[in-house]
Design a binder for this molecule. Structure first.
Ligand code: PLP
Length: 365
């Protein structure tokens, strides 16, 4: 019954662990959710109010496919008015922007270079479009470019490694490849060390920029993403979107408008809070023996799980069952032998996480 196309993708392991964690919580177990890729902070009041106003003012009808013009303008302003409205598309989440992009530009057999570690969905989204994901380290991108290469994905700051790529690493991708670079900067504000280099500015005609409000404004459930691309591509993606979803949710678009145009103070505060959490969690994990590098950005850390089990999937299950901590196995993120912790959770949870892990590892001895 199921199409051949869909048989090539497997459900994400992230969701398997999450489903098990949810079942345990329903059974009354005190599970710490360090698997989730979303800030724990609530949506800011002025954003909530904008969405309430949208409902009260009946802004509940279809919007133009590329999004309400005020939000397109706010996105244009965010990018220093370097893009016109026909180069900007508002999508139902950054994930859909990526999905629609690949559906729009990939032909069967086209290769897409994905530097490892990578966000697990990239590989499946590429496969669903008929493309072939090619994995390599960011340093080795140039040597993987060939006639079949259609695009390179750059995700900086990176999920799951927390790496912030250097200017040279990003520049090499543009220099040794003359096709499209897809620049996913959904974690752009979460930079603790180093600098975010939005090099697409210098290569506007060869870049597709993916962003959105999910992480920066803690609006994950509201599903608003942005795509900025050369006209021809933005038009194709918009056409794909018109048939797939029509438009992003009207109410959420008004929320995103308030997020972009309102005060950014709460974003700064959130990033500073996350910095403190990171500075607490990473030394503690290293003390316990779950070796990890200090991440420079995003809100994840990849830790070596060999002390618990060399197989990261088995390690996450053990940690979930024995310590009641949900984490993510990183093999499907191109980092086998590692597990991903999200530190977008409060200090109390992070403290109990390290205490539980410490006593488990000591007992397992
Ligand atoms: N890109 C990366 C690297 C992500 O980690 C995520 C979500 O985890 C997304 C895109 C998707 O963002 P959205 O929730 O806006 O679809």
């Amino acid at each position: 019954m199921i199409s051949e196309r869909l048989k090539i993708v497997k459900p994400s392991p992230v969701f398997e662990i999450a489903a098990k964690a949810v079942r345990m919580i329903k059974n009354g177990e005190n599970v710490l959710r360090l698997d989730v890729g979303e800030p724990d902070t609530p949506v800011a009041d002025h954003i909530k109010q904008a969405m309430i106003n949208a409902v009260k003012n009946n802004k509940t009808r279809y919007t133009p496919v590329p999004g309400i013009s005020d939000l397109q303008n706010a996105v244009a302003l965010k990018y220093n008015n370097q893009y016109s409205s026909d180069e900007i598309l508002i999508t139902p989440g950054a994930k859909f922007a990526l999905y629609a992009t690949f559906q729009s530009i990939i032909n069967n057999g086209d290769e897409v270079i994905i530097p490892s570690p990578y966000w697990t969905s990239y590989a499946d989204i590429v496969k669903l479009s008929g493309g072939v994901p090619v994995f390599c380290s960011i340093e080795n991108v140039p040597e993987h470019v060939n006639k079949k290469t259609k695009a390179i994905i750059i995700n900086t700051p990176n999920n799951p490694s927390g790496e912030v790529y250097t200017e040279n690493q990003i520049a090499a991708c543009y220099k040794f490849f003359d096709g499209m670079v897809i620049f996913d900067e959904i974690y752009e504000y979460f930079v603790f060390e180093g600098k975010h280099f939005p090099l697409y500015k210098d290569y506007k005609n060869r870049s597709i920029v993916i962003n959105g409000v999910s992480k920066t404004y803690a609006m994950t459930g509201l599903r608003i993403g942005f795509l900025l691309a050369p006209k021809e591509i933005a038009k194709a993606v918009s056409s794909m979107q018109s048939h797939a979803t029509s438009n992003a949710c009207s109410i959420a678009q008004y929320g995103a408008l308030a997020a972009l145009t309102g005060s950014q103070e709460h974003v700064k505060q959130m990033v500073e809070t996350f910095r403190k959490r990171k500075d607490f969690l990473i030394p503690e994990l290293n003390k316990i023996g779950l070796k990890c590098k200090m991440p420079k950005g995003a809100f994840y850390v990849l830790a070596d799980c060999g002390l618990i089990d060399r197989d990261d999937k088995k390690a996450t299950i053990k940690i979930l069952e024995e310590c009641k901590i949900a984490t993510v196995p990183a093999a499907d993120f191109g980092a086998s032998g590692k597990i991903r912790f999200s530190y977008a959770q409060d200090m109390e949870k992070l403290r109990s996480c390290t205490e539980r892990l410490k006593s488990y590892i000591e007992k397992a001895g």
